[in-house]
Design a protein around this ligand. Structure first.
Ligand SMILES: CC(C)(COP(=O)(O)OP(=O)(O)OC[C@H]1O[C@@H](n2cnc3c(N)ncnc32)[C@H](O)[C@@H]1OP(=O)(O)O)[C@@H](O)C(=O)NCCC(=O)NCCS
Length: 171
């Protein structure tokens, strides 16, 4: 993990973002509500727009983990409404060859610190219930199941478990 660098994805990184996001969807189709087919059809302008947070008026932390200049991990923190006390995590993925080295834990820590700094009181996400590695990861990071299972996507047999981690930001 020591050689892995985590940094913010900026507008200039849209090609890198497109590449790692499509790779993640292809590698882990059961982990995400979206699909490779859907996102592979997006135009370059749409990929660029996703990272144009100012234009979108979106409070977000799109992170990439890099090893020797290669993207090996991705995660987004998002606060949907300006005054919201809830941050969300999306698109969490680590390259299969780099798993088990703490990269996802580091991405989670960055998002937690960012959400705390933004005054959030909780972080929410949804994880495929049968995805043992991810469920364990969120559990060991302090996320607890909340609410009932939901379909991963319309008509899918896979179910996702909403989870929430409380942040000590209420004082
Ligand atoms: C889930 C995923 C992001 C974990 O990434 P990672 O970099 O290997 O995770 P880390 O090495 O930082 O480990 C974090 C924690 O996850 C748990 N974990 C990770 N892999 C695990 C596995 N194969 N089995 C059980 N627990 C596992 C451990 O609890 C670990 O915490 P610890 O430090 O207390 O041991 C990665 O497996 C992945 O990209 N999976 C496919 C995409 C996905 O499922 N994304 C989640 C969408 S909600």
């Amino acid at each position: 993990m020591s050689d892995v660098k985590i940094r913010l994805l900026t507008l200039q990184d849209w090609r890198l973002y497109k590449s790692i996001r499509l790779t993640s969807l292809e590698d882990s189709p059961d982990s995400f509500g979206s699909t490779y087919e859907h996102e592979a059809a997006l135009s370059d302008a749409e990929w660029l727009a996703r990272l144009d947070l100012e234009f979108r008026g979106l409070e977000a932390l799109p992170l990439v983990a890099e090893l020797a200049g290669h993207a090996v991990g991705l995660a987004w923190g998002v606060i949907h409404e300006p005054a919201s006390k809830t941050a969300h995590i999306y698109q969490m993925w680590v390259s299969p060859t780099q798993r088990g080295k703490g990269i996802a834990n580091s991405l989670l820590s960055e998002i937690t610190a960012w959400a705390f700094h933004k005054g959030c009181e909780r972080i929410a996400l949804a994880v495929t219930a049968s995805n043992e590695a991810a469920v364990r990861m969120y559990h060991s990071s302090g996320y607890l199941p909340t609410g009932s299972l939901e379909e991963l996507r319309s008509g899918s047999a896979l179910m996702v478990q909403p989870m929430v981690k409380r942040l000590d930001n209420t004082k």
